[in-house]
Design a protein around this ligand. Structure first.
Ligand code: ITT
Length: 203
């Protein structure tokens, strides 16, 4: 893929996520001129995420939404890889929080598993695959990451998901203690977006 795709005329993009934390961060990172819509603006249900990788799952979500809405869609499939847990929860990061999406439960689960093996400060990373899909079914996937470690007790109230237990390499505070600008500069999401910018020119 060598071409630079010009998306100058694009006025609306559907961000195909039902996770408010992701929607907020993607909107902060993406070009300001565009109007961003949500799946609920089109009464879209969620496709089954049965991919084996972050990129596959991101593609499933963006292609589904682009075909249904007729708009360019951007999706994000992301998660936390904890080295001492063989890179779990990985693509199952949302599912570890259960149906109620309670991340206190998911964080407690990580604590219990790491505590058992005395590796509470395991190396870890956040991964983010962003997919951009067009109504004709064509899509492009880009993956970003941020390396760091797990830290207990959970600290901070900002951000979402696993942010209270993740400290990026070279930092002393968790993602949940950082202001949004600070997180957005180093996040896995921004790392993936930097790659998109090489191929897609929005303005
Ligand atoms: P959509 O599929 O609707 O986008 P989801 O929350 O189900 O929403 P994923 O399947 O990609 O999305 O799950 C990723 C999970 O990984 C997410 O629920 C978060 O808990 C976690 N995660 C991803 N990025 C994160 C971040 O920046 N900070 C903290 N946790 C993050």
């Amino acid at each position: 893929m060598h071409k630079l795709y010009e998306l100058k005329k694009v006025k609306k993009i559907l961000i195909a996520t039902n996770n408010p934390g992701k929607f907020r961060e993607l909107k902060e990172i993406l070009p300001k001129k565009i109007r961003y819509l949500k799946p609920k603006d089109f009464n879209l249900n969620e496709p089954v995420e049965n991919g084996k990788t972050f990129k596959e799952n991101a593609k499933i979500k963006s292609v589904f939404a682009a075909k249904k809405s007729g708009l360019i869609c951007i999706s994000d499939d992301s998660g936390l890889e904890v080295d001492a847990l063989d890179k779990k929860p990985g693509i199952f990061s949302a599912r570890w929080a259960g149906k109620t999406k309670n991340f206190d439960i998911a964080i407690k689960k990580i604590f219990n598993l790491l505590n058992k093996i005395k590796k509470l400060n395991s190396k870890a990373r956040f991964i983010c695959a962003i997919s951009i899909a067009f109504p004709n079914g064509k899509s492009f996937e880009f993956q970003g990451k941020v390396e760091g470690k797990i830290s207990f007790p959970a600290r901070g109230k900002k951000g979402f998901g696993y942010d209270p237990i993740f400290i990026a390499k070279g930092k002393k505070i968790t993602f949940a203690q950082m202001n949004k600008k600070e997180k957005n500069l180093i996040s896995h999401r921004f790392d993936a977006f930097k790659k998109i910018k090489k191929y897609f020119k929005f303005s």
